[in-house]
Structure formats: structure tokens, C-alpha cells
Design a protein around this ligand. Structure first.
Ligand SMILES: [Zn+2]
Length: 253
């Protein structure tokens, strides 16, 4: 849509329709103006959908190259509107993912379009979107260092690195649930409201964000944090930030 924002385009269309409606105050025109408004909305939605698919493909590839998505594992989703979301298909490598393979569903996960079937973890994504109106993207992966902590049952909740505190907040360990079943969203439920990054016990990592880029940054930051903590422990153990240092950090949030 070039240099114009969605809001600007909507405003211009609205003004044109209203001005013409004043001049041509007939039932035929009223009908036509409703159709024009619907067509403009559809075009804007199609544009947004295509842009979001492109972004999802790019983030998938980027995280794949970092070793987060071995084989066909992991899944990413994004909310398109209150009625629609898109999610990566099951059984497709994030390296080979094409925009047309991304599956669009309604807010209950019912298939709408896309060359594939939605990720088997879609229940977990739907549960988050239902609970968190501020969340528009979910990333689930098995990054090796984070997953190592999840496998060992060791939390990543100590205040060690300022960036991890600012970007992730406290990271809870969510009790184990059988993948693709209701067990996983049910185990996640008590933690959803207050956290943006989660360790899934004996499984992997999950982050959420206001958009795909933020959710991806969070999972990258979590993996770096896990790596740093492991190295610090090999070197004698991490030193925690003091109360005073944490207070100062809270002030810049
Ligand atoms: Zn998984």
C-alpha cells in the first residue's frame, strides 16, 4: 500500500464515500457505497495477510538457521484479526516453508485456507490468543540450550542479565503435557496471564508477543540466556544482580 497507512487509506475511502453519498442520495448509491466499502476492506485485509505471511516465512527461516527448528518441529502463529489467525503447517520444514503453505483458520482453529493442515500444537496457540488480547504472535520451538534446562527441570528465573529481565521477565516452568493434546494448554493456563516466555518441561520453549518480531526476539533472548547461564555454571556459577541493581532496572522499564 505504498507510503500510506491502513488508517489513512480507510479515512480517505470513508470521506469519498460520504461525500458522494451526500450528492447522490439514492438507495442504489447507498447499496453501491456499502459494496465499495466492503471491497476496500477486503483488499486491505488481503494485503495485511500477504505481508504477515511473508514476515512469518522470514522469521521461520531465521530461527531455523539458529537451530531452533530441527526437522519439521516447532510452530509459529500470528493473529490477523479478532476472527482470523495464521499458523505454520504440520510436517513442513521451516527452511522450506512457502507463504501459500501457511494455514489461515478462524478463531476456533477451523481451516479457512492454505496448502496444508494446521500445526498439531494449534490448541496451545488458540488458548493463548483467547486469554491474552495483547498477544498477536506465538512461537514454539526446541532451542537446544533452553530445552536442556526444560529437560533437566531447571528454571531460568534468576536475575542475572538485565536484558533478559527487561525482554523476558520471569520464565516459569510449565508442567509436562502430552504434545498436541489439551494437556499442554491446560498446564499453561495458570501462567499465561503474567508471563511472556515459558519453559515447557521435558519439551521446549514458548514465547509470545505483540507481533511476530517481538515473539521471535524473546525466544532468541531466552536461548542466549540459557546458554550464558550454562557457561556461567561451568565457570563457577552465576552472580545474581543485587536488590539495589534490580530497583534501578525497574525504574528504566
Ligand atoms: Zn514442541
Amino acid at each position: 500500500m505504498g507510503a500510506y497507512s491502513e488508517e489513512q487509506i480507510k479515512k480517505v475511502c470513508h470521506n469519498v464515500i460520504e461525500n458522494l453519498a451526500n450528492v447522490m442520495d439514492t438507495p442504489e448509491w447507498q447499496d453501491m457505497s456499502i459494496n465499495v466499502a466492503a471491497a476496500v476492506t477486503m483488499a486491505l485485509n488481503a494485503d495485511k495477510e500477504a505481508a504477515l505471511k511473508e514476515e512469518l516465512v522470514n522469521v521461520s527461516r531465521n530461527l531455523y538457521y539458529q537451530g531452533f527448528f530441527a526437522g519439521t518441529s516447532g510452530n509459529i502463529s500470528a493473529r490477523l484479526s479478532s476472527e482470523r489467525l495464521m499458523i505454520t503447517p504440520s510436517g513442513v520444514s521451516k527452511l522450506k516453508l512457502a507463504p501459500q503453505q501457511i494455514v489461515v483458520t478462524d478463531s476456533d482453529g477451523n481451516y479457512i485456507s492454505g496448502d496444508g493442515s494446521p500445526s498439531s500444537e494449534i490448541k496451545m496457540h488458540l488458548a493463548i490468543y483467547r486469554k491474552r488480547a495483547d498477544v498477536n504472535a506465538v512461537v514454539h520451538a526446541h532451542p537446544p540450550f533452553t530445552t536442556g534446562f526444560a529437560a533437566a527441570g531447571l528454571p531460568l528465573d534468576q536475575p542475572v542479565l538485565p536484558e533478559a529481565i527487561l525482554v523476558l521477565g520471569r520464565i516459569p516452568i510449565v508442567e509436562y503435557g502430552t504434545p498436541s493434546t489439551r494437556e499442554l494448554p491446560e498446564a499453561l493456563e495458570p501462567y499465561m496471564k503474567d508471563h511472556n516466555a515459558f519453559l515447557l518441561a521435558n519439551h521446549g520453549a514458548l514465547t509470545i508477543g505483540s507481533d511476530i518480531v517481538q515473539a521471535a526476539h524473546r525466544i532468541e533472548t531466552m536461548e542466549l540466556f540459557a546458554k550464558v547461564i550454562l557457561i556461567a555454571r561451568m565457570l563457577g556459577g552465576e552472580k545474581l544482580l543485587t536488590e539495589d541493581q534490580l530497583k534501578k532496572l525497574a525504574n528504566i522499564k
